[in-house]
Design a protein around this ligand. Structure first.
Ligand SMILES: [Zn+2]
Length: 93
């Protein structure tokens, strides 16, 4: 398997490659890749938070009100579940 630094795109031997949360880095760029990766992660989490807060605190149970709310919020709920998928993919789960 070839390792490629996600910062400078240099091809690395396995003993030269560093890994952080699924991202490969060379020795020189390990710190930057950690930062980049954490930044991406925070962005995804922030995005998710923004999308779910639309219906946070609303009744989306199986009650009559909950059903009506769910119908109304269907596009938002779908977006939120897609975002969770994105986070799972990011974390390689
Ligand atoms: Zn590099």
């Amino acid at each position: 398997m070839a390792y490629i630094c996600s910062k400078c795109k240099k091809t690395l031997e396995s003993h030269e490659a560093y890994e952080y949360r699924g991202a490969i880095a060379c020795e020189d760029h390990f710190d930057e890749v950690i930062e980049m990766r954490d930044f991406e992660r925070n962005e995804i989490i922030q995005d998710e938070h923004n999308k779910t807060k639309t219906f946070k605190g609303l009744d989306i149970s199986s009650s009559e009100i909950g059903k009506a709310n769910r119908k109304l919020l269907k596009p938002h709920i779908e977006i939120a579940s897609k975002e969770s998928q994105r986070l799972r993919e990011y974390e390689g789960r």
